[in-house]
Design a protein around this ligand. Sequence first.
Ligand SMILES: *[C@@H]1O[C@H](CO)[C@@H](O)[C@H](O)[C@H]1NC(C)=O
Ligand SMILES: *[C@@H]1O[C@H](CO)[C@@H](O)[C@H](O)[C@H]1NC(C)=O
Ligand SMILES: *[C@@H]1O[C@H](CO)[C@@H](O)[C@H](O)[C@H]1NC(C)=O
Length: 356
Amino acid sequence: MGLFQAIITIVVFSCSYLAHANGNGFELRRQEIGCNMYQGKWIFDNSYPLYNSSACPFIRKEFDCIKYGRPDHLYLKYRWRPSNCQLPRFNGQSFLKRFKGKKVMFIGDSLSLNFWQSLICMLHAAVPNSNIISQVLNNSTISSITFQDYDVSVMLFRSHYLVDIDEESIGRVLNLNSMRNGNLWKDIDVLVFNTWLWWYRKGPKQQWDYLKVEGKIVKDMDRMVAFRTALTTWAKWVDSNVDTKRTKVIFQGVSPSHYNGADWNEPGVKNCMKETKPFAGSVYPVGLPEASYVIREVISSIKKPVHLLDVTALSQFRKDAHPSSYNGVKRMDCTHWCVAGLTDTWNELLYAALIA
Ligand SMILES: *[C@@H]1O[C@H](CO)[C@@H](O)[C@H](O)[C@H]1NC(C)=O
Ligand SMILES: *[C@@H]1O[C@H](CO)[C@@H](O)[C@H](O)[C@H]1NC(C)=O
Ligand SMILES: *[C@@H]1O[C@H](CO)[C@@H](O)[C@H](O)[C@H]1NC(C)=O
């Protein structure tokens, strides 16, 4: 996709935002912020990170880079500065007060888990001595952290594809047109969706044996078409089932990985192991992934207000922010992100989108 086409897409996208502005005001708020928060740059800020990760009791071994010996700490010291406005500084106490009695749910794959863990640490850091209950619900599909003194639950619903996987006699069938779990989601106050990482996985990592589309069973199909179809199922569900006057709907953009140095003009580099600084240029060489255009198109087809948390481009610059080998799973990981780290910025953007 060329730059020109990308610009067209962005323009079309902002028009669709305007078209939504007379909904319940949720999109209007983004207009009031007066700028595109997702356009800007990373700047050094010594007041970061926002919390001490060693004091956060919730970080899993996959993301706890400091605990597993990451020696360089510069990656913790960057703040995202939008070009035309200020991002409000995250305030955990006012988040908890504002969402008193409410539930926030992240729904998706391990990148949702990554995002969820960062929010929990940010809130915990604001009220370290409050009562917090951690629960696993509904056959381990839901993990929930409740800040009891504020009656706020921050939940995670694990789902690789959002749409259903049915156990049938022929095997596991990924049904691109059905999303039964929507019944468990629709009454939650804030929903943050994500799916992408698993759509191209094949072999033992593939979580299904067949696909079902429009009632037909197939062994495989173009994965981008499958992704678009599932996302469209989700989009239709939002339009017909979610009361967006009550429930805020967010879609988390594609999270980029860093295994191919050619993406950032370092051909031959095969992972993020030696990366200690963000990409220095202002345009990321490889451009946006195709999936991010699919997401924009599908979201712009939704009549109800849905906010795209458009973290893809700003995260592409952060080749330095992955765990690499500094995790407790002994695997090179340039897909997920250290906590503390980049996902804290995603939460600052989420906070801005929710409160503005
Ligand atoms: C971070 O928290 C740990 C564990 O509570 C503590 O030992 C350490 O001194 C803290 N570091 C800073 C910089 O506050
Ligand atoms: C939990 O799993 C059991 C056995 O698979 C199933 O019968 C039950 O309906 C599940 N409960 C929920 C809440 O999903
Ligand atoms: C757990 O599953 C039950 C039965 O399907 C449902 O009524 C309940 O709302 C679910 N809990 C959550 C937190 O989604």
